[in-house]
Design a protein around this ligand. Structure first.
Ligand code: IMP
Length: 176
C-alpha cells in the first residue's frame, strides 16, 4: 500500500449514531411495507450492512455495480450498469443505498434505469453527500452527512480499492 495521510472526519461512534437515526426515519416512512434495498457495489456494502440491521421493517437485498469511476478520483461522465440486479423490481418499494453522492452522475443514471422497471416507489439513501461537486441535479431522499469537497475513505469508501476496511471516515490528505 502507498503511504497516505488521513485525518478522521467522522469517528465510529458518530457514524453509528447517525445510521441509527437514518434507520429510524426510514422505518417510520415505510411502516407496514417490505423494502427491497439495492446496494451500489462496492462502496455501499458496509453502510448498507449496518443500515438494514437497524431497520424495523422487513427487507430483502440485492446489489448493482455501476461502471464510471475507474482507478483514481475523477469521474469519467459515462455511467452504465456493470452488474445488474437479480431481483425483479416491478411493484416493489426500492431503497437504493449508496456510499457517496459526488457529481450525481452515477445515481441519476441508476435511478433513471430503475424507474423504467416500474417499481412501486424508489428512494435513495446516501451515506455521504458532496453537494458542492454536482454536475447534474440530484437530491438524495436520505443523507447521512453532507461533507465539503474532499476525498474521503473508510467505512466502505476506497481510494484505489484501499481503506474500505477503516471503521471511521477519513479525509485523504495526500498520497506519496
Ligand atoms: P458520482 O457519480 O460522481 O456521484 O460518484 C459516485 C461514486 O464516486 C461513489 O459511489 C464513489 O465510488 C466515488 N466517489 C466519489 N467521491 C468519493 C470520495 O470522496 N471517496 C471515495 N469514493 C468517492
Amino acid at each position: 500500500m502507498k503511504e497516505a495521510t488521513t485525518e478522521i472526519l467522522f469517528p465510529k461512534a458518530v457514524i453509528e449514531r447517525r445510521v441509527e437515526e437514518l434507520a429510524t426515519q426510514i422505518s417510520l416512512d415505510y411502516a407496514g411495507k417490505e423494502l427491497l434495498v439495492v446496494g451500489v457495489l462496492n462502496g455501499a456494502f458496509v453502510f448498507m450492512a449496518d443500515l438494514i440491521r437497524a431497520l424495523d421493517v422487513p427487507c430483502t437485498v440485492d446489489f448493482v455495480r455501476m461502471a464510471s469511476f475507474g482507478a483514481g478520483s475523477v469521474s469519467s461522465g459515462e455511467v452504465s450498469i456493470r452488474k445488474d440486479l437479480e431481483t425483479p423490481v416491478a411493484g416493489r418499494d426500492l431503497l437504493v443505498v449508496e456510499d457517496i453522492v459526488d457529481t450525481g452522475l452515477t445515481l441519476s443514471r441508476l435511478v433513471e434505469i430503475l424507474r423504467e422497471r416500474c417499481p412501486a416507489s424508489l428512494k435513495v439513501c446516501a451515506f455521504l453527500d458532496k453537494w458542492e461537486r454536482r454536475r447534474v441535479p440530484f437530491v438524495a431522499d436520505y443523507v447521512g452527512f453532507s461533507i465539503p469537497d474532499a476525498f474521503v475513505v473508510g467505512y466502505g469508501l476506497d481510494y484505489n480499492e484501499q481503506f474500505r476496511f477503516l471503521p471511521d471516515v477519513r479525509v485523504l490528505k495526500d498520497i506519496v
